[in-house]
Write a protein that binds this ligand. Structure first.
Ligand SMILES: NC(=O)c1ccc[n+]([C@@H]2O[C@H](COP(=O)([O-])OP(=O)(O)OC[C@H]3O[C@@H](n4cnc5c(N)ncnc54)[C@H](OP(=O)(O)O)[C@@H]3O)[C@@H](O)[C@H]2O)c1
Length: 299
């Protein structure tokens, strides 16, 4: 029986992890932390309302549980808000990882941390785990700093980098690309989508599965997790329309420049998945294949 703490258990990945690990209650003893009340719709795990930026409370609570693994999904993930609220972003995205590193060292906990393609500048595409980061936004900078906290440590850690995560869980605090495009097209609304940014979107259930494999195999290091081919965000929206039988003509292309967002986004990210396939033994799918699987869960 492995004791696992999930920080941010109310979030998209947090709830997907609960749903996956709680399928095997004989193997995983699951603890969830989030800021507000439990919004997962589940009562069959140990939930604690906890602001993870409260260092003393975080360390005290983790020390009482003495887990084998912590999966740190709690983060400030709104890229534009991170630009405006840098201090809040730093506290949650970096300082929490420092606290978790300290307690993980003391109690010999394996820390699994989630990072992002936004640590790269997007000039190259298909990034390897070993490529040199160069973030363009404060969000990217904070996530890179969080990685560096772990890279310069002696603890057992795994960093899973991921891209444009989508899916659906019980009570969501925010939408994602697939749900947004689907909802807009279903209500017959025209949408503008950037055609000069390229991504490899990630189905949250695949990301949760990758976390479980890390626990089961106790794999350490950095790994890329995403679907397997670079697509423009415009193409991503078109594939969503195709899979959900919606009107593609409502999707209009727009340039990044015309969109004028607060935080600068990298143009072309995407991952080289060779290491993930070989060393993690994790099979990645096409976006369309994952979308079909997602669609079936909604029927
Ligand atoms: N989503 C993406 O496209 C994407 C892409 C690349 C990387 N990532 C990374 O993947 C990870 C998971 O992302 P996600 O999409 O699952 O995020 P999410 O849905 O925004 O969930 C984040 C969770 O953290 C919780 N949280 C926020 N502040 C907290 C605090 N002070 N104390 C305790 N809990 C707190 C939130 O609680 P409330 O809901 O109650 O506020 C929420 O449950 C993050 O590390 C993110 O950086 C995500």
């Amino acid at each position: 029986m492995k004791k696992v703490i999930i920080t941010g258990s109310n979030g998209l990945l947090g709830q997907s992890l609960l749903n996956l690990l709680l399928k095997s209650k004989h193997s995983y003893d699951v603890y969830g932390f989030s800021k507000g009340k439990n919004r997962s719709g589940r009562e069959d795990f140990n939930y604690t309302t906890l602001d993870v930026t409260d260092k003393v409370l975080l360390i005290d609570t983790v020390s009482k549980i003495k887990p084998d693994f912590i999966i740190n999904t709690a983060a400030m993930t709104n890229v534009d808000a991170c630009e405006d609220s840098r201090e809040t972003c730093y506290k949650l995205n970096v300082e929490v990882v420092e606290s978790l590193k300290g307690i993980s060292k003391k109690l010999k906990i394996h820390l699994i941390h989630i990072s992002t393609d936004f640590i790269f500048d997007g000039k190259k595409g298909y990034y390897k785990e070993s490529d040199v980061p160069n973030p363009l936004s404060y969000y990217g900078e904070s996530k890179l700093k969080s990685e560096q906290v772990l890279l310069n440590s002696e603890i057992d850690f795994t960093i899973l980098r991921t891209i444009l995560v989508y899916g659906k869980v019980f009570d969501m605090s925010r939408s994602n690309i697939v749900l947004w495009v689907k909802n807009m097209l279903e209500s017959g609304k025209e949408i503008t989508i950037v055609d000069d940014q390229f991504r490899m979107p990630t189905y949250v259930e695949e990301l949760a599965l990758a976390c479980k494999i890390v626990i089961d195999k106790k794999v350490k290091g950095i790994f890329n997790i995403s679907s397997d081919k670079l697509l423009s965000v415009y193409e991503i929206a078109q594939q969503i329309a195709e899979v959900f039988n919606l009107n593609k003509n409502l999707i209009k292309p727009i340039s990044t420049k015309a969109l004028n967002q607060k935080a600068t986004r990298p143009a072309k990210t995407g991952f080289d998945l060779t290491k993930t396939n070989k060393e993690l033994g994790f099979k990645t799918n096409s976006f369309k294949m994952d979308l079909q699987k997602f669609k079936e869960t909604l029927l």
